[in-house]
Design a protein around this ligand. Structure first.
Ligand code: ADP
Length: 485
């Protein structure tokens, strides 16, 4: 040992360190008698050194603790010579108890017998109270979970939850009765086997998209009930975001909308029959009125001429409405046929604009590559364009300039109809292309059945294109569609 080390050693008072360490120390003879104990442990216990030395350590333990000490502590010391983190409750002089952890090592005689056992005692009061708090919090969480599950079981809808990555981890009672399954039947393969084959792909696609973006999932699908029949359900799921902003669980529901769909089917049937029946008489009425319109100036009084003009306008509206209804039901049933030819887009747009430009107040500005052509049904694409332009006039009447622009984007042609009208609220946009959807139905002065955009979207989809809208409230809307070149 160097002089320097020896000098440093003289400065370290190991006995003081032993006595005042933040943990308790004691030593036992092989029969369990206390032969040394530090001040820290004495202070914790409330005994003096004289009261402790010569006593058995087990006097500090409860009856149960004593049994444990004999059954575990000593056998461990004898076999492995060390004891790690055994938990005991030590009884203080005043009768209160102190939760501790014991670590001990045995020192052996040259004949390999235990000479002495040195032990360290750690106070785990704080740890115990944390554990207690945790236990309490777990109990509260458990009872909260049970409360929610009780509520979920009462609702007539199917309720489920899934992990952030999309594995279903809870289903309510209704789910089990509907699918005739156990609560544990949450495997993706089982659930997907209950979805109508015609809906699986789109449902999975949208679910994947929601998992990536965190957006709400909303989709109507057919699910097979316990009797093997499919019924329509509205599936909805939203990501629950915790206070820290991290997504934790998906909460989902499946509401049975079979009755609603059935009513819709009946309504469709009625509309289809009624519009078929109305079409013929209205067409002949329209023809008669057109003839009257042509000869009105020759024979009729000015009052009659005025009435004929009004009747013509009204019959045109009725005719358009019936056309919309017929188109919509044919679209839905996939009955509409397309007669595709190569058409020049600029010319087609020119024709449309010419037809719609009834009111001289509106200026329709067109721009784009005049050589662009597409393979499409001329009449149907004209119908789409006419609809978008008349909508701009109808729903954005203050916007006196309507811009129609077309250009090629790689394999597609994109056509835009832009107005500077009131725009459309963002929450309405996802529904715009649904059947019978109208943004503002209260006291509306506009004619229409909410079918125009539905028909447009079906026509475009059946051409292999896409349709959409970008709109900002107060700024205007840009309706667009694409067609493959
Ligand atoms: P309709 O056949 O009754 O006119 P559409 O399907 O064409 O219905 O349009 C659906 C809804 O979209 C309308 O109720 C209207 O509120 C809204 N809409 C369509 N075009 C525009 C536009 N250019 N600006 C504002 N709202 C529009």
């Amino acid at each position: 040992m160097s002089v320097k080390t020896r000098f440093i050693n003289t400065l370290i008072d190991t006995d003081e360190l032993y006595q005042t360490a933040p943990c308790g120390y004691f030593s036992l003879s092989p029969d369990g008698t206390l032969i040394k104990i530090n001040q820290t442990l004495l202070a914790w216990l409330g005994y003096t050194e004289e009261e402790m030395i010569g006593e058995k350590f087990t006097m500090l333990l409860s009856r149960g603790g004593q049994v444990h000490f004999e059954l575990f502590f000593w056998p461990l010391v004898n076999v492995t010579k060390t004891v790690k983190e055994l938990s005991y409750e030590i009884v203080r002089k005043d009768g209160s108890s102190l939760p501790v952890l014991l670590n001990a090592t045995a020192k052996m005689t040259p004949g390999n017998k235990i000479a002495v056992v040195n032990a360290a005692v750690t106070d785990i009061t704080e740890r115990k109270s944390y554990e207690l708090e945790l236990l309490k919090a777990k109990k509260i969480a458990d009872s909260e979970r049970k409360r929610l599950e009780f509520m979920a079981d009462l609702t007539p809808e199917m309720i489920w939850t899934a992990t952030a990555s999309g594995s279903v981890n809870y289903v309510n009672a209704r789910f089990c009765t509907y699918f005739h399954c156990e609560r544990t039947d949450t495997r993706a393969a089982f659930i997907l086997s209950k979805v109508h084959p015609g809906d699986v792909r789109e449902l999975l696609g949208q679910w994947q998209h929601s998992l990536v973006t965190g957006n709400i999932l909303q989709k109507d699908v057919r699910l097979m009930n316990r009797s093997g029949y499919y019924e329509w359900h509205a599936v909805k799921a939203a990501l629950f975001v915790d206070e820290k902003g991290g997504g934790t669980n998906w909460f989902g529901s499946c509401s049975n909308i079979e009755e609603h769909m059935d009513q819709l089917r009946k309504k469709d049937e009625f509309i289809s029959i009624a519009s078929h029946e109305l079409k013929t008489p209205v067409t002949s009425l329209k023809a008669i009125l057109q003839v009257l319109d042509r000869i009105k100036d020759e024979n009729a009084s000015p009052a009659l001429a005025g009435l004929i003009t009004k009747a013509n306008r009204s019959i045109l509206k009725v005719h358009t409405l019936i056309d919309d209804l017929l188109n919509a039901s044919q679209m839905k049933d996939g009955e509409l046929e397309f007669n595709k030819t190569r058409i020049n887009l600029s010319e087609l747009i020119g024709d449309c604009v010419h037809h719609v430009r009834i009111d001289k107040r509106y200026e329709i500005v067109t721009s784009g590559d005049t050589s662009l052509t597409v393979l499409a049904d001329e009449g149907r694409i004209e119908q789409v364009l006419t609809n978008l332009i008349t909508n701009a006039i109808k729903y954005a009447p203050e916007s006196l300039v309507i811009a129609v622009h077309f250009e090629q984007h790689s394999e597609n042609v994109r056509v835009e109809v832009r107005d500077q009208g009131p725009g459309i609220p963002a929450d309405r946009i996802p529904h715009l292309f649904e059947r019978y959807y109208q943004v503002n139905t209260s006291g509306s002065t506009y004619s229409g059945l909410g079918l125009g955009l539905f028909i447009c979207s079906e026509i475009i989809k059946r051409h292999g294109g896409r349709i959409g809208v970008e709109s900002t409230e107060g700024t205007g809307s840009t309706f667009w569609f694409t067609l493959p070149v």
